[in-house]
Design a protein. Structure first.
Length: 223
């Protein structure tokens, strides 16, 4: 029933409707706060970088009850953090070195289609190569995951592990390590979001200095 209602809702979304929705939103926003867009256009100084999944049901601002301008956002399929992803690295570099954000959050979500696909062996398409990053997480945690027989629980745990490994990958970048070496206030966290409850789970994996890094990833800044 829920899926049917969701389909009916999305069927009503049209190109013209999006433009009208924008005008309605602007009018309602100005009615409530006439100076909103003046402040918004003056510049951004978000304290948070959000690295999340592209899933349309996980909008960073809405689920954290924040406003436009509060969170700098990067999203991709299954919130993967890969050291070869120049898109992500560019976002990370700008947010850390220009915006001077104070928190980086890698947030996965339970029921993630990318994570579920990585758990299987069916070819999907080009995305199979992207999901290899998640399969690497499975390989690293194979012993733990192999003990979980329930497919939903296994998927949920992989969502958490993928976010945790993503946060670890963020911590080990030269961008973050150089910021820490320079005394910049910066913390990295891993979260998981539930579509069923709307609640975020803090995975209790946070770091605010290179002391929290594995020695193999530590680099001497500028050397």
């Amino acid at each position: 029933m829920c899926a049917k209602l969701e389909k009916q809702h999305t069927d009503q979304i049209t190109y013209e409707g999006l433009l009208k929705g924008n005008k309605d939103w602007v009018a309602a926003t100005l009615d409530e706060d006439p100076g909103f867009f003046d402040r918004l256009s003056a510049g951004q100084a978000p304290p948070v970088l959000w690295i999340g999944c592209s899933d349309s049901r996980v909008p960073a601002n809405q689920i954290t009850n924040t406003m436009p301008g509060d969170i700098f956002v990067h999203r991709n399929i299954a919130n993967v953090v890969a050291h070869t992803d120049m898109n992500l690295l560019s976002v990370l570099d700008y947010s850390v070195n220009v915006l001077k954000i104070k928190h980086i959050i890698v947030c996965g979500h339970y029921g993630c289609g990318g994570v579920n696909a990585a758990l299987g062996d069916k070819q999907v398409g080009l995305i199979d190569n992207w999901l290899r990053h998640i399969k690497d997480v499975i390989r690293m945690h194979e012993r733990e995951l192999s003990t979980i027989k329930d497919p939903v629980k296994k998927s949920n745990r992989l969502v958490e592990l993928n976010a945790i490994e993503g946060a670890a990958n963020v911590m080990s970048t030269s961008i973050v390590q150089n910021a820490w070496a320079g005394g910049q206030e910066l913390s990295v966290h891993a979260w998981a979001y539930s579509l069923q409850t709307g609640l975020i789970k803090d995975l209790q994996v946070s770091a605010s200095s290179a002391d929290d890094l594995s020695p193999v990833f530590k680099m001497n800044a500028g050397k």
